[in-house]
Design a protein around this ligand. Structure first.
Ligand SMILES: [Zn+2]
Length: 350
């Protein structure tokens, strides 16, 4: 009797241990974290360049390649890819900050969607007849090189030797390219060069930003979207709009349209690690030297920033998810982009 009881207890214990193991394994599976060096499925600086050559090769007339600038320290080319035949121009910039690689994946996959389905999908044809898409995978090829080659996961800025010691210090060197645009640049006192948010020595001091400024002067974009990821997680899964003066009627009208468009996008993207959908952040956010304010105030474009990625159940911000998770995130944004642009044709935003 006792022996039978002990045997039953042992098998119960065994079951409990097994259940714990299953729980541990399955909870590992449902709590994704960062994986660095990046999974091989991600693009890197080399494969991105090859892909760009392939998509814009001689036998591929539907995508035009523009090399519109070079990085300041390593002289790396900055590319824009143009596709579509419409009169309405859309700008998508995948990356300003080297460590925020999800945006590069999203904009390149969007280009592939347009490229592959231009004949077979009537809705894609409609988009290409209406719009011309300008896709810039990264304006920070130096930061992207460091991160995508597996050298350092959090290389945010470009590679300017800001401390002048003739060595590239991954954690501290460089200028934050999304604080360097010639817009409200003087509105704050700034931070020291070692700070991740260092805005540079003067407005548009960085060749990467100069390249975008000159590129932007040649084409009017009715909408400009900038992809980012929140390394701290504090800004994750939200869309950020430009600053505006509510007493300025023109700015208020443009802001109102931007808000509606951003709301449409947000409502189509489910959060990655929490309930609900992306949100549009409407209270004050940084406006010093950033791209969305530059395009909004200098060129009267509707412009917003999307913080992709999210915070997992352990409170960790996941900006370098494993391949499977990354693909799911990209897919959601492709669906949202397609729906948004179709809405821009069929709905009234003004
Ligand atoms: Zn960013």
């Amino acid at each position: 009797m006792i022996r039978r009881f002990l045997a039953a207890r042992q098998s119960t214990c065994g079951l409990i241990v097994l259940a714990c193991l299953i729980l541990a394994v399955s909870s590992c599976a449902v709590i994704p974290g960062n994986r660095y060096p990046l999974d091989k499925t991600y693009r890197n600086d080399q494969t991105l360049r090859q892909e760009i050559q392939e998509i814009t090769g001689k036998d591929q007339p539907s995508v035009k390649l523009h090399r519109f600038g070079f990085s300041g320290t390593e002289d790396l080319p900055i590319f824009a890819l143009e596709t579509g035949r419409g009169e309405r121009h859309i700008l998508l910039i995948g990356q300003h900050h080297g460590d925020e690689v999800l945006g590069v994946e999203i904009v390149m996959e969007w280009l592939r969607v347009l490229w592959k389905n231009s004949r077979s999908d009537p809705r894609i044809r409609e988009l290409l007849d209406t719009f011309t898409f300008w896709i810039i995978p990264t304006i920070n090829p130096e930061g992207y090189r460091i991160v995508s080659q597996g050298l350092y996961p959090y290389k945010r800025k470009n590679n300017r030797d800001t401390d002048g010691n003739k060595t590239l210090d991954y954690a501290s060197d460089g200028v934050d390219l999304n604080r360097n645009y010639p817009v409200f640049w003087d509105a704050d006192p700034g931070v020291p060069p070692t700070n991740p948010y260092f805005k540079g020595s003067s407005p548009a001091s960085e060749p990467e930003v100069q390249a975008v400024v000159s590129f932007a002067s040649r084409t009017y974009f009715e909408l400009a979207i900038f992809f980012h990821s929140s390394v701290t997680g504090a800004f994750s899964e939200k869309l950020y709009l430009p600053w505006y003066n509510p007493r300025n009627n023109e700015q208020a009208a443009l802001f109102g349209e931007t808000l509606k468009i951003a709301g449409t996008y947000a409502s189509k993207v489910k959060k990655d690690y929490a309930e609900g959908y992306y949100e549009v952040h409407t209270s004050a956010s940084s406006h010093v030297g950033n791209a969305r304010n530059f395009f909004f105030h200098t060129h009267k474009s509707r412009a917003f920033l999307i913080e992709v990625g999210g915070v997992n159940q352990l409170g960790v911000s996941v900006i370098h998810p494993p391949a499977k998770q990354m693909k799911q995130i990209v897919h959601k944004h492709l669906t949202a982009l397609k729906a948004l642009f179709l809405d821009l044709i069929h709905k009234e935003y003004e």
